[in-house]
Write a protein that binds this ligand. Structure first.
Ligand code: FES
Length: 105
């Protein structure tokens, strides 16, 4: 396990992505219904690092580049194909930690 503190909970806006760089990874964080998700910022489609700008509708996010959609709760594609690279998240005392060594799915 290699946990990195990547943000504070108060810095995340509900339903908005946030780009962070940590441990050599480019990560998109989302806070949806008070749950924090951490995914690789690189879209499974053309590997463009824009998922932090995705629009969310509940747990489904849509990449701004070509409209592929993914469910943050499963990582699976809803429109398009492929799967998100997801990281385990732990929130403690208002800080957000991400385990960069262990893909959740
Ligand atoms: S790069 Fe995300 S949909 Fe094409």
């Amino acid at each position: 396990m290699t946990e990195h503190k990547v943000a504070t909970l108060s810095s995340l806006r509900e339903n908005k992505g946030m780009r962070v760089l940590s441990g050599g990874e480019e990560i998109a964080l989302f806070k949806i219904n008070d749950h924090v998700y951490a995914i690789s910022n690189f879209c499974p489609h053309q590997h463009i690092p824009k998922l932090h700008d995705a629009v969310s509708d509940g747990t489904v996010i849509t990449c701004p580049m070509h409209g592929w959609s993914f469910d943050l709760s499963t990582g699976n594609a809803v429109a398009g194909s492929g799967k998100l690279r997801m990281f385990p998240v732990r929130v403690s005392n208002g800080d957000v930690f991400v385990d960069l060594n262990d893909d959740a799915l």
